[in-house]
Design a protein around this ligand. Structure first.
Ligand SMILES: [Zn+2]
Length: 372
């Protein structure tokens, strides 16, 4: 095996099959961050503050007479937990919603409860039917596609959005942010919100049954929710000085919240999928993307990121017990799992909504021109 070429500015490398480098050895990922995200969508400065203040005032104004100003999906992870504290601090009245897909770490559940109680925020928990969840997850495993987190991610957002519509809440506060997750190669995993792709996989590699699984289809996600119900997703962490390590410290000190060890370990499945499945089956180590994101936003240095990468991708003492837990829960035998993880990728030509999405983008531009 040849040694991968590593970017000279972040730590992304040729394990991303689509990466490109310029003459200085800088990759397309960090270049995209500096050229099109920083100063445009990521504004941890005065301009960001102005936009955020205006947005908060508008939301408060619209929320007058209503029970809640907005809804916030809580995973128990750093970003959403921290956002909840901020939203409260800004004087907004959110309803917290936790979607339980069956893989919560105990710590994640504790974090959610502790936080909502301390902040005096209403918490609603939606539990996904486990057999439905398992059914979709097993179909995905058998398909062998890269992104095994699509079932969880899709269910989270589908259930959250559906609930927001039901409660007639217009604003959704989302903890996604460019400070800690600006870099993620497209080749390492496909879009979780594509219901065409999700349904096709369940049809081809499972029994096709999505009856009790929350699905948000193209029409709802791109047209009905945003234009007809005017649902608006707000990502406030892009407008403030957000540092992951400072957020953890603040959460631990002020709220009795506890860190669960690494990015996305709040879900036991995601931990196994990112730390074992992806690196073993494809050679993709998502830590490179997470750490590169922190490097470009200036939270850590490139040397610190490289140092962090010397740690094993999976803590060896957790591996066997985590693997046994995941397989038992999914009711997959060790033999079948070994066969799946070592067999060639079988899922080819899965239908997607890419064409529809392109059409929707054109339609959006036209609508903007018409209603300016
Ligand atoms: Zn780079």
């Amino acid at each position: 095996m040849t040694t991968p070429q590593v970017c000279t500015r972040c730590i992304m490398d040729t394990t991303d099959p689509e990466i490109t480098f310029d003459e200085q050895g800088r990759c397309n990922h960090c270049t995209r961050f500096f050229d099109t995200i920083q100063g445009v969508h990521w504004l941890p400065n005065g301009e960001g503050k102005r936009i955020l203040d205006e947005t908060i005032a508008k939301i408060k104004n619209e929320g007058k007479g209503k029970q809640y100003d907005g809804i916030i999906g809580l995973s128990g992870g750093v970003d959403s937990s921290y956002l909840l504290c901020k939203v409260k601090e800004w004087g907004l009245r959110p309803l917290a919603v936790h979607v339980d897909a069956g893989w919560n770490s105990e710590l994640a559940v504790k974090n959610i409860e502790v936080l909502c109680k301390k902040l005096d925020i209403d918490l609603h928990t939606i539990v996904i039917d486990w057999e439905a969840m398992r059914n979709v997850q097993v179909a995905f495993l058998r398909s062998g596609v890269e992104n095994q987190d699509i079932p969880q991610d899709h269910a989270f957002f589908a259930a959250l959005y559906r609930y927001a519509i039901k409660k007639r809440v217009r604003y959704v506060f989302n903890g996604a942010n460019f400070a800690t997750e600006s870099i993620l190669p497209a080749a390492w995993g496909y879009d979780a919100m594509d219901s065409t792709y999700l349904s096709a996989i369940v049809r081809r590699f499972g029994d096709g049954n999505l009856k009790n699984f929350p699905v948000v289809n193209f029409w709802e996600y791109y047209i009905y929710y945003p234009y007809i119900r005017r649902m608006t997703v707000v990502r406030p962490l892009n407008y403030i000085h957000y540092r992951k390590c400072e957020a953890i410290r603040e959460l631990e000190m002020n709220y009795g919240w506890r860190y669960y060890g690494a990015k996305h370990w709040e879900s036991r499945f995601t931990k196994f999928f990112q730390g074992y499945y992806l690196p073993t089956r494809f050679g993709y180590d998502k830590r490179k993307a997470h750490l590169s994101s922190l490097v470009v936003s200036g939270e850590i240095t490139r040397d610190e990121a490289l140092e962090e990468m010397k740690k094993p991708v999976y803590p060896p003492e957790h591996l066997e017990s985590d693997k046994a837990y995941v397989l038992k829960k999914l009711r997959i035998s060790q033999e079948e799992f070994e066969r799946l993880i070592n067999s060639p990728r079988v899922a080819e030509n899965i239908p997607t909504n890419a064409k529809l999405k392109m059409w929707a983008r054109h339609a959006k531009k036209t609508m903007k021109t018409l209603f300016r």
